[in-house]
Design a protein around this ligand. Structure first.
Ligand code: DOR
Length: 428
């Protein structure tokens, strides 16, 4: 029998509204008790001065296996995850080929198990080959272990296909994670449409390209009674629509990335000398006003989860001029310190509110038995030093890719230990 005792940490488990100094006893990969422990059998971890949370969950990650293994594999991505404090991640199906059948979903579990780092939950594509035309075999994907459905990276243009997707996924109580973008409106855009795009002479993506699609999908969700999760929310108008839907008990949840609350379109002008292709993301970085709206939405619960949208790209792809680069930046190893530095330390969210958006909220959206330190739960635990100051250096990341625009940024908050199913996988 393997036993670990984590002693004297400040245990924060938002699912149980628990926040106090306590010991955690882990036996055979499960949480055995939370409280005072007098025994000293097994491995003792001194967590005095540290925060002890349920293992963090990132519900929006792009691993590039199969297809672009030079950028990220399930092994490298799940290793980066645990170093970022994430014990569970959900991976998007925009691989090559996409995760659109039972075997490809099973493959993700198999590779993750072989690596033995984070738990990796596959998200199946809504449509066959992610082509947006015909529904994928949703039932088979569920059998293969898909926890949600998404064509993320691309929107589902056809409203009828989206409607059927919501209806079908509803039969399995799974959410559709929507990448909301009207392609007619985003067109050849490469950054937010506004004064800055005008000044830089780059084609813009208007906020309404995102908002019009959210509006459509909210209406379809109301019609079908399905479950909709809005990916990477970036605009004030998007937030208003989600708030409107939630008030009417339409089953909508949402997420935001750290880059959408720490960077703006203006960053493209000056960060890293200007025109850094690592700042090119979809949806694009917006404005200060949008960030203020995101803060309010995080606080009042309109935004449920914080995710990395970890999107690895090779230097060959990214080291080109801004307009030719693909969209996306990595994030697994910078999400937590950015949240601590920019949201918690600046009093936008309490620590417990921030942790809820990284644990129990994504667990509930995905319907996975994770995100809490309840007795009997899988022993996924993250130990964090809130005070530790460090400088982001992607060269030190475990991810295979380096497309991170935060190089040189001073942050606070460091992962000290990550425990997955009772096994210490990161020990700093
Ligand atoms: O910036 C992005 N990159 N947004 C997406 O929706 C897809 C992602 C990717 O896969 O590279």
């Amino acid at each position: 029998m393997s036993t670990i005792i984590i002693k004297n940490g400040r245990v924060i488990d938002p699912a149980k509204k628990f926040d106090r100094v306590a010991d955690i006893l882990i036996e055979n990969g499960k949480i055995k008790s939370v409280g005072k422990q007098n025994t000293s059998k097994g491995q003792v971890i001194n967590a005095k001065g540290l925060i002890v949370t349920p293992g963090l969950i990132d519900m929006h990650v792009h691993l590039r296996e199969p297809g672009r293994e030079e950028e990220e594999t399930i092994a490298s991505g799940s290793t980066a995850a645990v170093h970022g404090g994430f014990t569970s991640i959900a991976c998007m199906p925009n691989t090559d080929p996409p995760i659109d059948d039972e075997a490809s979903a099973e493959f993700v579990y198999l590779q993750a198990k072989r690596t033995g780092k984070a738990n990796v939950f596959p998200i199946g594509s809504v449509t066959k080959n992610r082509a947006g035309k015909e529904l994928a075999e949703i039932g088979q994907l569920v059998r293969g272990g898909a926890v949600a459905f998404s064509d993320d990276g691309d929107p589902i243009d056809n409203a009828e296909v989206m409607r059927r997707g919501l209806e079908y996924a509803k039969m399995f109580n799974k959410p559709i994670i929507a990448h909301c973008e009207n392609k007619d409106l985003s067109g050849p855009g490469v950054m937010n449409e506004g004064l800055i795009s005008l000044e830089l002479g780059l084609p813009g993506i208007p906020s309404v390209a995102e908002e019009i699609m959210i509006h459509r999908d909210v209406m379809l969700t109301r019609l079908t009674g399905g479950r909709l999760h809005i990916a990477h929310v970036s605009t004030e108008g998007a937030i208003e629509l989600i708030r409107w839907a939630k008030k009417r008990k339409i089953k909508v949840t949402s997420e935001v990335t750290p880059h959408h609350f720490t960077l703006t379109d203006e960053s493209i002008k000056y960060v890293n000398g200007g025109f850094d292709p690592n700042l090119k993301v979809n949806p694009p970085l917006r404005t200060k006003k949008d960030i203020q709206a995101i803060y309010r939405a995080l606080k009042d619960g309109t935004i449920d989860a914080i995710v990395s949208d970890h999107a690895p790209h090779s230097p060959e792809e990214k080291d080109v001029e801004f307009s030719s680069a693909p969209f996306g930046m990595i994030g697994l190893e910078s999400v937590l310190p950015l949240i601590i530095t920019e949201l918690v330390n600046k009093k936008i969210l309490t620590l417990s509110e921030a942790i809820a958006k990284l644990t129990i909220n994504p667990a509930r959206i995905l319907g996975i038995p994770k995100g809490t330190l309840a007795v009997g739960a899988d022993a996924d635990v993250t130990l964090i030093d809130l005070k530790k100051e460090w400088v982001i250096d992607p060269e030190k990341f475990k991810s295979k890719s380096r497309n991170c625009p935060f190089t040189g940024r001073k942050v606070k908050g460091r992962v000290i230990k990550t425990i997955v199913n009772g096994k210490v996988v990161v020990d700093n």
